[in-house]
Every structure is written in C-alpha cells, then in structure tokens.
Design a protein around this ligand. Sequence first.
Ligand SMILES: CC(C)(COP(=O)(O)OP(=O)(O)OC[C@H]1O[C@@H](n2cnc3c(N)ncnc32)[C@H](O)[C@@H]1OP(=O)(O)O)[C@@H](O)C(=O)NCCC(=O)NCCS
Length: 167
Amino acid sequence: MEITIEHASPTDAAELLDHLKLVGGETDNLTFGAEGLPFSVEAETEYLAHMESSANNFMLLAKADGHIIGNASLSRLPRRMSHRGELAVAVAREYWGQGVGTRLMKEIIVLAEENAFEAVDLQVRSDNVRAVRLYEKLGFIRLFDYPDYFKINGVKHDVSFMTKKLK
Ligand SMILES: CC(C)(COP(=O)(O)OP(=O)(O)OC[C@H]1O[C@@H](n2cnc3c(N)ncnc32)[C@H](O)[C@@H]1OP(=O)(O)O)[C@@H](O)C(=O)NCCC(=O)NCCS
C-alpha cells in the first residue's frame, strides 16, 4: 500500500474533520476527543483554501490509497512571536509504527525552514512516550513539564513544552 504525504486541499475538508474525530477518540493524547474540532465542513473548506496561499499556516496529510490516515499542521504565532510556529501531528492508530509520524514531522519541519520560521514549538502529554521519542529523535528539546495542564474526565495530566530551533 502506498502512503503519500501531500498538502491538504479544500476538497479534503470533510475527510479531515472525520480523521480528527477518529484520532481524537483513539487516545487521550490530543486537546480534543472523539468529538473532533468544532468546525463545519464549509468553514474547514474555506480555511484550507486560505492556507493554499498562506506562508503562515500549513496542513500536510498522509494518505493510504487516497484516504487520510495522518495529518500535521504548522501555525505561525502572531506579532512578536511570528518567528515561531506551533506544530501538531496525529496518525490513525491502525498505521502507527510505520514511520508515518516521522515522515509528516520531517516534511512539516522542512516547510517551516522554507518559510523562514526560526523555531517550532509543540506541547505533548508528558506520558505520551511514543510522541516524545519521535520529537526528541527529530531534535526537539523538552523545555519544562507543566503540571496538570490537561484535565480529561476530571483527571489532570502534565504536559511537556518542547521546541526545536531552526535558525
Ligand atoms: C505520536 C504519533 C504521531 C507517532 O506516529 P507513528 O506513525 O506511529 O510514528 P513513527 O512510526 O514514525 O515512529 C516514531 C517514533 O515513535 C517511537 N516509537 C515507535 N513505536 C514505539 C513504541 N512502541 N514505544 C515507544 N516509542 C515508540 C520511536 O522513537 C519511533 O521512531 P523510530 O522508529 O525511528 O525509533 C502517533 O502515535 C499518534 O498520532 N498518536 C496519537 C496522537 C498523538 O499523540 N499525537 C501527538 C500529540 S502531541
């Protein structure tokens, strides 16, 4: 099966929202659960269309046989932080351990470099060993752990703030 990485296009909106619901429900590692993100297909379509001509926001999709199985996003921070970008990545559980997360992260970091980002930041649940290892492998350092940053069904979890300097 061929797994490709490509820029999201407006026609991916509905499937991307479904993918986010899937990955949101598969672990408690994301900032949302099975409900996904509160965007309509129309709003997401518009957002992805806007991204096509943006040097600030990027969305990459991993597809297996044409279907979305992973995504990575890069968003420029505003104003005096605009030399920095925030990253997020999620792969459908069925496809874990096949290098998809690594490919998505490597490609989104290249996009950050090409678009003059000087650093990329991310937050990850401190007990999300798989993700932390992936980020450390790619040169991210753990700045600090923020106690109780997430609260999921009444239970609090520490979150690690990580960064990678690009320039
Ligand atoms: C974290 C995530 C993106 C990794 O995606 P993936 O496609 O499985 O990643 P890869 O196959 O490229 O493996 C990446 C690294 O994870 C680590 N890893 C893989 N399997 C592991 C395991 N069983 N235990 C610990 N670490 C493991 C390894 O360091 C691996 O790199 P290596 O194989 O070169 O050593 C994916 O698990 C995911 O989407 N999880 C749910 C959402 C999430 O946690 N997102 C991140 C939120 S900050």
